[in-house]
Design a protein around this ligand. Structure first.
Ligand code: PSU
Ligand code: MN
Length: 306
């Protein structure tokens, strides 16, 4: 068997030195945003993390090998590739075994991050409980992964395409700390407000790192933390604007019989077109904001993790 995991030189040296590293997923590139904004955003987010004194590690499977950190050329190829597999916990290993190429979701990126010794991972939105889950049973594997794998995930909340109250219920049942950064409410992706109180609030990246280390060191608890970081005010789209767009996207998915893994990418693409790209502009702003917070948390981990 050839080495199943490879590290970019920058990431390898940061991990060896205990320097701050922030993991990034690749499904957001291949299934979450259109080309060329996807690759432009991926590069920008990496630059944001470097500007904040941490090293970015974008994660993907390329021809069977799990890459922790991509070169510019690899990132560009992945962003333009067609029919890239979307890999979650269920299919990550199978894709590697058959020498395939795939993008990692939140769940698979957490698994890879933990394997690499990376404590923090920044993204846009997580998967959650879909509306109508009481009949479809569509609950993202991301939620279960948060309960199992000790990585702190920074996101802007769950999109309102999901059932946010049910998503919070599942996270509570699974014992996942949901920490709103700097406000009392859980943010709702494109908007800062969801109308739902956050289970936990923290205003200091150091406290977020300390809480994770307390879970693992004092109790040996499995599982990670979900940090929900509100989109910057200047970039937010009011809920009243998004609600009809979301309703229309959900109706289209239903009418076209979209199921399983295809649901989230279908809805994201539909909303992108329906908002004439405004949803994407907001999405880019919030991912960058999450990357900066992820870097601040990673710096704290690297001072405490000695
Ligand atoms: N939500 C977003 N953007 C995304 C995703 C979710 O706002 O790009 C992607 C992430 O990779 C997430 C995955 O892990 O979709 C969830 O897919 P599913 O609902 O099939 O578990
Ligand atoms: Mn699903």
């Amino acid at each position: 068997m050839t080495d199943p995991i490879t590290y970019s030189p920058e990431v390898a040296s940061a991990l060896k030195d205990g320097a701050p590293v922030v993991a990034l997923e690749s499904t957001i590139i291949t299934h979450g945003m259109p080309y060329p904004q996807n690759v432009e955003t991926a590069r920008q987010v990496e630059a944001d993390i470097r500007a904040e004194g941490a090293v970015p590690a974008t994660i993907a499977v390329l021809e069977g090998v799990l890459h922790i950190g991509l070169t510019e050329a690899e990132l560009d190829r992945l962003a333009q590739a067609r029919d890239v597999a979307k890999l979650s916990r269920a299919d990550l290993a199978a894709c590697m075994a058959r020498g395939g190429t795939g993008a990692t979701t939140v769940a698979a990126t957490m698994i890879a991050s933990h394997r690499a010794g990376i404590h923090v991972f920044a993204t846009g939105g997580i998967g959650g409980v879909h509306r109508g889950a009481e009949t479809s049973f569509d609950i993202s594997a991301d939620l279960i992964e948060l309960a199992k794998t000790p990585v702190t995930v920074v996101a802007a909340g769950a999109k309102a395409i999901l059932d946010i109250p049910k998503t919070l219920e599942v996270l509570e049942t699974q014992g996942v700390p949901v920490i709103a950064f700097g406000q009392d409410e859980v943010p709702a992706f494109w908007s800062r407000s969801s109308g739902l109180a956050a289970p936990l609030r923290m205003d200091d990246p150091a406290l977020i790192a300390k809480a994770a280390l307390t879970r693992s060191r004092v109790f040996g608890l499995e599982g990670g933390q979900l940090v929900v970081n509100p989109i910057p005010e200047t970039d937010e789209i009011p809920r009243s604007v998004m609600i009809p767009v979301i309703e229309e996207a959900l109706a289209a998915a239903e009418a076209q019989g979209i199921t399983a893994k295809a649901v989230t990418p279908f809805l994201l693409d539909h909303i992108f077109h329906a908002t004439k790209g405004a949803s994407l502009t907001a999405n880019i702003a919030l991912v960058r904001n999450n990357a900066r917070l992820g870097a601040a948390i990673a710096r704290e981990f690297s001072t405490m993790d000695g």
